[in-house]
Design a binder for this molecule. Structure first.
Ligand code: NDP
Length: 482
């Protein structure tokens, strides 16, 4: 008699989402045709099916968007009473909540992420960011005591494909709260939630030109960075592109914040509650298919509990459900693009070639779409590429340590410095570790926990500047003497 109980399919209905056949660029409060005349197709990575035709903004389009943002900045938005600005942000937050299911389904369709995550994490957190910064809009002088904050001007914002709506909220909410206007470029592969967001802006009656959304590939981003009338660039993405942007802006006087990659250590001590830690390890690396800049991609386990942790981890991995992002039982969805799948596959092969031991649970993948089985490597040396480079996929490398000092040495042995996790029952040890870890965020007995009130950002090659919290306002204000 079979004892295996399978899940019945639990698909989320997708008819709540009306995707247009083609989209223009959202400039000056309305959709306009791209002057470039160029378009590309955005797809559903789980089915490799086209979803819509997207405009590729060229140089003249970028210029048009920046001019609309400048005009809105000079003629109304920057001089608006802060409590009025707050009202728009509150409206946007409430509209995101009201339309949350629509956004969640669209995000899962275009990005490949499980509906459970887009529904319970991405969309609620995006709304929470707008609520949070709405609260700051008329209290900026309390955020910066004894200084007189004023807006920076026109901000150019470039975001990646791993959290399309959430990254948009992280960028737009503080910029508007501080009185700036925005030109935002979503990632090439995931423009649809940003385009739906334009409808929210119209519903909220945000004045035209305050937020402009221009779609396109890296060329559009580069044009936005180079535009002479942009006062500040906020970028989240790869370290390589971040460095290129920094070079481009050197000497221009434009402000810059960079939120780049990571190779975080998730450190488990022998006194940690192991079952809870294993949940944290799984959440740390398999959440959002591992497409997370702060993913806990290096697991550091104290030697005495190594075998127990790895055994529990493998058992837990075998229960992960990989497949249709729109199925409410899915834990791990589709890889965002063919290009990213190729990158993950190549890095995993390098791990095998260099001598690490690979484990992948038995797992039936859908025939179409881009998929990667949750993977763990043991027997990993610190010098291996899988322990050094950001894989940005569901791939974990396990290393061991004996003493807290060794854990810190190994955790900090990376060019990155975005995040870390510590699992132990001793509060004093948590504080001691957090002091010594060169990471912008250190989670204790949890992982991948986000809150709009908490600043996020990195050291070293993970970038500079903070998003979230009061710190997240700083890049968007000029502080004059009071
Ligand atoms: P990119 O850094 O290329 O993309 C981030 C954003 O920058 C996208 O909107 C992109 O547009 C845009 N962009 C690309 N080139 C330029 C340029 N020259 N000037 C200005 N903007 C530009 O990341 P990828 O999507 O190529 O991913 C590559 C790797 O980067 C991943 O495998 C992962 O390791 C890492 N990554 C890290 C992220 C993080 O949050 N830290 C997020 C995303 C990726 P377009 O989408 O059209 O390329």
């Amino acid at each position: 008699m079979s004892t295996a109980w399978d899940y019945a399919p639990a698909p989320e209905a997708r008819d709540i989402v009306k995707i247009q056949e083609r989209y223009g660029l959202f400039i000056g409060g309305k959709f306009v045709e791209p002057g470039s005349g160029e378009r590309y197709t955005t797809i559903d990575p789980a089915r490799e099916e086209p979803l819509s035709e997207i405009a590729q903004a060229g140089k003249a389009d970028v210029d048009r968007a920046v001019r609309a943002a400048r005009d809105a900045f000079a003629n109304g938005w920057s001089g608006l009473r802060p409590s009025e600005r707050a009202k728009y942000l509150f409206r946007v937050a409430r509209l995101l909540q009201e339309r949350s299911r629509e956004f969640a389904v669209l995000e899962s369709l275009n990005a490949g992420k499980p509906i459970r995550e887009s529904r319970d994490v991405d969309v609620p957190l995006a709304a929470a960011h707008f609520f949070y910064y709405a609260g700051w809009a008329d209290k900026l002088e309390y955020a910066f005591p004894n200084r007189k904050p004023r807006p920076v001007g026109v901000t150019g914002q470039i975001i990646p494909w791993n959290f399309p709506l959430l990254m948009l909220a992280w960028k737009i909410a503080p910029a508007l709260a501080a009185g700036n206007t925005v030109v935002l470029k979503p990632a090439e592969t995931t423009p649809l939630s940003a385009l739906l967001f334009c409808d929210v802006l119209r519903q909220a009656e945000l004045p035209p030109g305050v937020v402009n959304i221009i779609t396109g590939d890296g060329r559009t981003g580069a044009e936005l960075v180079s535009h002479p009338d942009v006062d500040k660039i906020a970028f989240t993405g790869s370290t390589e592109v971040g460095k290129a942007i920094q070079r481009n802006l050197a000497g221009t006087g434009k402000r810059l914040t960079l939120e780049l990659g990571g190779k975080a250590a998730n450190i488990v001590f022998d006194d940690a509650p192991l079952d809870q830690a294993v949940e944290g390890i799984v959440n740390g690396i398999y959440f959002n298919q591992g497409h997370v800049c702060c993913a806990g991609s290096r697991l550091l386990v104290q030697e005495s509990i190594y075998e127990a942790v790895v055994a529990k981890l493998k058992r837990r991995m075998a229960t992960l459900r990989v497949g249709d992002p729109l199925d409410k039982n899915t834990d791990v969805g589709a890889i965002n693009s063919k290009q990213q799948l190729e990158k993950i596959t190549a890095l995993v092969q390098s791990g095998v070639d260099e001598g690490a031991e690979i484990y992948q649970p038995p797992c039936k993948l859908p025939e179409r779409g881009y998929w990667f089985v949750p993977t763990v490597f043991t027997n990993v040396a610190q010098s291996y590429r899988i322990a050094q480079e950001e894989i940005f996929g569901p791939v974990l490398s396990v290393l061991t340590f004996r003493t807290p000092d060794e854990a810190i040495e190994k955790a900090n042995n990376t060019p990155y410095g975005l995040s870390a996790g510590v699992w132990t029952e001793k509060g004093s040890r948590i504080l001691a570790m957090a002091q010594k870890l060169r990471a912008g965020v250190v989670w204790a007995n949890t992982y991948n926990r986000f809150d709009p009130a908490s600043p996020f950002g990195g050291y070293k090659e993970s970038g500079f500047g903070r998003e979230g919290g009061r710190h997240g306002l700083e890049p968007y204000v000029v502080l004059d003497d009071a």
